[in-house]
Design a protein around this ligand. Structure first.
Ligand SMILES: Cc1ncc(COP(=O)(O)O)c(C=O)c1O
Length: 316
């Protein structure tokens, strides 16, 4: 059976781009951006890697469709709807909250995803053991993907990034790097990279939400499932007052980084992650000569709905 990865053309070399910004130049720290956002306009960022093993599993049981859940701006549902359409598999999205139209929801509908709005209380039940029962009855045989494409299959899909990063290093003229730096929501992507690294390089996860024991425990749990010790990584708070909260400094940082460094960032994950990196670099955490890889986890489709708010913050 062919793999979903090669069927969808995701075997292409990864892009590593040197980042040139004034605060990096002052510190002597070198950063290259792993441009996963450029992989594909619809299946952008870490989403593809979190989905790939789930999609392989769905194919191996000949599932007639895919079902998952997320919010009205969900990068995960967006990628799932795009993947389903390309693979010719029907998709079902269970959405948090009440019906609304966002740019993401418009794409989901346009790509044929069947949507069900669960309200807030209904969505909170997603972790109950009985949650999936009615959906399995309604969509027999559909493969259920956990929120955000998480779980061990999600992490193992991301582990596959590490050897591909190593193959792309030559394009930078680098022989090695010191650490990976990326956004963490559930920590699934980070856990995958820690698995892939197997202790060779440290992995830093910048938390998009307020620090809580849950992400730490989730990462440790995934590593245990993969038979690995819970080490080789660090989680740090990048949330700037809460998940999805924007402020003027963040809006200005996005603009400056795009103008100066040529890298577009989303306000929820990647911009906060880059701001946290600036803080670490400016405080001298990394000695001059350190080489870091900033993993651009995508999320730019979600920026469409935030654009007005960001502009207002800049305009004052
Ligand atoms: C753009 C982006 N970056 C990072 C993350 C965090 O990924 P994870 O939940 O695997 O930590 C997400 C969430 O899925 C995301 O959409």
């Amino acid at each position: 059976m062919s793999s979903v990865q090669s069927d969808l053309g995701f075997d292409a070399p990864l892009i590593l781009q040197p980042l040139s910004l004034d605060w990096l130049a002052r510190s002597g720290v070198e950063v290259a951006v792993l441009r996963l956002d450029l992989l594909d306009p619809e299946l952008s960022g870490n989403k593809w890697f979190k989905l790939v093993k789930h999609l392989d599993a769905a194919r191996s049981v000949a599932a007639p469709g895919l079902i998952s859940l997320g919010g009205p701006h969900s990068n995960h549902l967006h990628a799932l709807a795009a993947a389903g359409r390309r693979l010719g598999l029907p998709t079902v999205g269970l959405l948090r909250g009440h019906e609304q139209v966002t740019p993401t929801v418009a794409d989901l509908r346009g790509w044929g995803m069947q949507l069900h709005w669960l309200g807030y209380a209904g969505y909170r039940e997603r972790n109950l053991p009985t949650f999936w029962t009615p959906w399995r009855a309604r969509y027999p045989g559909f493969y259920c993907i956990p929120e955000g494409g998480g779980g061990l299959p999600g992490a193992l899909g991301c582990a596959g990034l590490v050897p591909r990063v190593e193959s792309a290093l030559a394009s930078l003229g680098w022989k090695d790097y010191d650490a990976l730096w990326l956004a963490a929501g559930t920590g699934t992507t980070l856990a995958g990279l820690v698995i892939g690294e197997a202790g060779r390089h440290r992995v830093f996860g910048a938390l998009a939400g307020p620090p809580s024991h849950a992400v730490d425990a989730g990462v440790a749990n995934l590593l245990a499932q993969a038979g690995m010790a819970s080490s080789g990584y660090e989680l740090l708070d990048a949330s700037r007052g809460g998940f999805g909260r924007f402020d003027r400094e963040l809006a200005q940082f996005i603009l400056d980084t795009e103008r100066q460094g040529g890298v577009p960032l989303d306000p929820i994950y990647t911009a906060k992650t880059m701001m946290a990196l600036r803080l670490y670099v400016e405080r001298g955490y990394f000695p001059a000569g350190t080489r870091l890889i900033f993993v651009h986890t995508g999320g730019l489709q979600g920026r469409r709905a935030a654009q007005g708010q960001l502009q207002k913050l800049i305009d004052g």
